[in-house]
Every structure is written in structure tokens, then in C-alpha cells.
Design a protein around this ligand. Structure first.
Ligand code: BTN
Length: 254
């Protein structure tokens, strides 16, 4: 792995309920250095956003967690971690697809789903442990659909295999991800926020497009995504011209 610290301490477990859960249990017993990687190819009870599960057929996909100690990020700026992780996964997808001569639009569906062709190819679950005003420890969980051809429960899933019609080596995919993540993490550490924000917005799904959205109460409305606030709220222009900010639980993409 061509990295300085991300993934240099790698912990592989043959089978696990969830890499995120395992990482948090391990952290209660031992200290793990910044960038430690935990991965398995048999994740049996993968956890997703909003209490959902994450489907992953054994030996087909990447399921990993990175342990970070980003005490330089204040709790108010937690969304930065979401941003760099989404960008790192998008960078990885771009690299793999380009290597295979395939041009597909990779998009970040707010806040951190990775989409190709309007279908989800990767998901991210970040669990932060705050101490006073900073992030003491973060578990960055990433699931990437690599070689799985058929999905049982994920209705809108796609994999690299279904795009490339060939399998990808999972270890290679993990190594590349660590390199992509480290590049984005170092950008963040070096305070290159303007570049990170510009890159995130350039990949944001449906940015500057009028589309249909719903409130949790099923009220349908037209909106135009304009950006994301510092704390990670989605900024949407309404027909009235007003820009409204939405939390994760306040807006549904139709
Ligand atoms: C989502 O899109 O809902 C987030 C999915 C996150 C899945 C990954 S797989 C590795 C890590 N361990 C888990 O239990 N979940 C994350």
C-alpha cells in the first residue's frame, strides 16, 4: 500500500457482524493508531444509515472501517469528514472506471452516498466520538459494491462488476481506497477547504437542477439544490426563490 499512515496498521478478520461495531469494541480494549484499517470479506450484519442494514454477499465486496483521531476537526465541522470520505470513494470509482476505459458520471448524493448512473455503488457510515469541542475519534465505515452481481434487499444498488463485466481484486480495491482517502485527509489537514468544497459541489447529485422532493409528511415540492452548509445541511432553492436548509430527516429525494 502506497500510503504514509492510512491502512498501514491493517486488521483483517475472516468474518464479522460489522466492521464499524468491531472497531468500536476494539477501541474500548486497545489503542489504535490514526489510520488503522479493519476489514473483512464476510460482513454478516452490516449497518447502514438511519438504522438500515447493508447488504454484502460474502467474498464479493469491500467492507471496511478506518479509525481516525482527527482532533484538529471541531465538532461543529464534523461534516468535513463526511465530505472527504465521499470524495475519496468518488476518486476511487473514477480511477477504477477510467483504468477500464469506461466513462460514467460519478455523483455524491447528499450527504454521502456514491452514485453511478442513478444507482448506488457505495455507502458510508461515520461514527464520531466527541470530546469537548473536537472529534476525539472517528470510525469511518465504507461499503463498496465490487463483484456482487445480484442484490436481494438493496433496491437501487449497482456494482463495479455490473459496469465493467469483470471482477476486481478486492485487496487492490482496498489499497487504492486507502491511497485516495489519505490524499483527501491530507488535503483537509492542510486546510485546503476551498478545493475540497469545490470538488464536493462539482460532484453533487442534482446540483443546479430542478427536481422533485418530498417532506417526510409526503408533501411533494420542486427544488433546486444549491449547495451544502458548513454543518452539512442541504441548501435547496424553492419555487418562491427562498433558499431553505434541510437536515437528513427533513427531505426525501423522489
Ligand atoms: C449506507 O449507505 O446506508 C451506509 C452503509 C455503510 C456500510 C459500511 S460496510 C463497512 C462498515 N461497517 C458497517 O456495518 N457499515 C459500514
Amino acid at each position: 500500500m502506497k500510503t504514509l499512515f492510512i491502512g498501514q496498521n491493517a486488521i483483517y478478520v475472516k468474518s464479522l457482524a460489522s466492521t464499524n461495531t468491531y472497531a468500536s469494541e476494539l477501541l474500548r480494549q486497545i489503542a489504535l493508531s490514526d489510520g488503522s484499517l479493519i476489514y473483512t470479506f464476510e460482513q454478516e450484519k452490516g449497518r447502514g444509515q438511519r438504522g438500515n442494514s447493508w447488504e454484502s454477499e460474502p467474498n464479493k465486496n469491500v467492507t471496511l472501517s478506518l479509525v481516525l483521531h482527527p482532533s484538529f476537526i471541531t465538532s461543529q465541522h464534523q461534516f468535513l469528514l463526511t465530505k472527504i470520505t465521499a470524495l475519496a470513494v468518488a476518486d476511487l470509482m473514477a480511477e477504477i472506471l477510467q483504468t477500464h476505459g469506461i466513462l460514467h458520471q460519478i455523483r455524491i448524493k447528499w450527504p454521502n452516498d456514491i452514485y453511478v448512473n442513478d444507482k448506488k455503488i457505495a455507502g458510508i457510515l461515520i461514527e464520531n466520538y466527541l470530546r469537548e469541542t473536537t472529534i476525539q475519534q472517528a470510525i469511518v465505515g465504507v461499503g463498496i459494491n465490487v463483484n456482487q452481481a445480484v442484490f436481494q434487499t438493496a433496491p437501487n444498488a449497482i456494482s463495479l462488476f455490473s459496469l465493467l463485466h469483470q471482477t476486481i481484486d478486492l485487496q487492490h480495491c482496498i489499497a487504492l481506497f486507502c491511497e485516495c482517502f489519505e490524499a483527501r485527509y491530507l488535503q483537509l489537514k492542510n486546510n485546503k477547504l476551498e478545493q475540497l468544497n469545490a470538488d464536493y459541489l462539482s460532484l453533487l447529485y442534482r446540483i443546479n437542477e430542478w427536481s422533485t422532493y418530498q417532506t417526510p409528511g409526503k408533501q411533494v415540492f420542486e427544488g433546486n439544490i444549491k449547495g451544502v452548509s458548513e454543518i452539512g445541511k442541504l441548501q435547496v432553492e424553492l419555487i418562491s426563490g427562498e433558499i431553505k436548509e434541510f437536515d437528513l430527516k427533513e427531505i426525501v429525494f423522489v
